[in-house]
Unconditional design. Structure first.
Length: 316
């Protein structure tokens, strides 16, 4: 019976693995179709309005794509199509970001919708596959995914760029509000139990000395310090927040579209123009940063794997 169950488990695991390559292939195909549509708009004699911002990180992204802001639709197509890791040095986990707006026809909106559907299906398939490997460590699960992608012919596929959805306005709004959200640091209180559970998930077999040492530090933490654990997450880049505005006899209705890490696709009018929208600077201006009492944290984390610090006990 045990051998039968093991064989059944392997069969399910293989089915999950087999589902990923065709979904990834479809994702690349849909991406190419959307890029082609945007490049046709770039070459069209009819003007199509664009509004791309150029903070330093966006100029760096354009340079990595070997593109310029003089051709905004071609640049956006290249950005959407960059599903692989770039050859340039840097943090491999980061994604290329260029915020802004593009006026596009309904046919391009439809292609973007299809691409988002394919992205979601691929992301779910990878998640299901990794869930089937829950007994392995996180690095082992990641390695299994990389090996699977490599065998499918996509060894440099960048999962974050494959997953992230393209923002679009399904219906043309009357106006669009843009505003910068500055880079920020998020600090939240966490419990000993939460930390222990997360560390076990990172190393369920107890084979990683670094993780085991951090579990030891956590176990040795005095009871009167349990309330001083803080997890720190840093959003290093500013975000362009996008909201739709619809007007009727009752007034204005706002709907958050999201943060524009990539250009938001907006249905154009008959002249190829965007709705009225807010003009903002290419990056947030300097301003005073509110001092938070929770920032009284040591330089080094207590639990590096979780970015958890031990706040000074005398801070309030």
């Amino acid at each position: 019976m045990r051998k039968f169950l093991y064989a059944l488990e392997m069969t399910d695991h293989q089915k999950l693995a087999a589902a990923i390559p065709p979904l990834l292939e479809k994702l690349y195909t849909s991406t190419a179709a959307l890029r082609c549509s945007l490049e046709q708009l770039q070459e069209s004699p009819r003007p199509w309005q664009s509004y791309l911002l150029q903070p330093p990180f966006a100029r760096d992204a354009a340079a990595q794509l070997d593109m310029t802001f003089d051709r905004p639709f071609a640049l956006t197509g290249a950005l959407f199509a960059q599903l692989n890791y770039c050859d340039t040095a840097g943090d491999a986990r980061s994604t290329l970001q260029i915020p802004g707006l593009l006026a596009v026809p309904e046919s391009t909106i439809a292609l973007a919708r299809q691409l988002n559907t394919d992205k979601a299906a691929f992301a779910q398939a990878v998640s299901d596959f990794k869930s089937a490997l829950k007994d392995r460590t996180a690095p082992e699960r990641d390695l299994s995914v990389r090996e699977l992608l490599s065998a499918a012919g996509y060894p440099r596929a960048h999962l974050r760029q494959c997953y992230r959805q393209i923002l679009l306005c399904p219906k043309r709004p009357d106006a669009i509000a843009l505003s910068w959200i500055k880079a920020r640091k998020s600090i939240r209180k966490v419990t000993v139990q939460w930390c222990e559970r997360k560390l076990v998930q990172l190393d369920p077999q107890g084979a990683d000395p670094g993780i085991q040492y951090q579990r030891h530090l956590l176990a040795e933490l005095p009871n009167n310090r349990h309330d001083d654990l803080r997890q720190v997450q840093v959003q290093s880049r500013p975000n362009l927040q996008v909201a739709e505005i619809f007007r009727d006899d009752q007034g204005e209705t706002y709907r958050q579209v999201g943060y524009s890490a990539m250009p938001v696709l907006v249905p154009a009018d008959e002249r190829g123009q965007l709705p009225d929208f807010t003009r903002v600077d290419h990056q947030p201006g300097p301003g005073r940063r509110r001092q938070r009492r929770d920032l009284a944290l040591p330089t080094e984390p207590l639990l590096p794997a979780l970015r958890v610090f031990l706040r000074q006990s005398d801070s309030t």
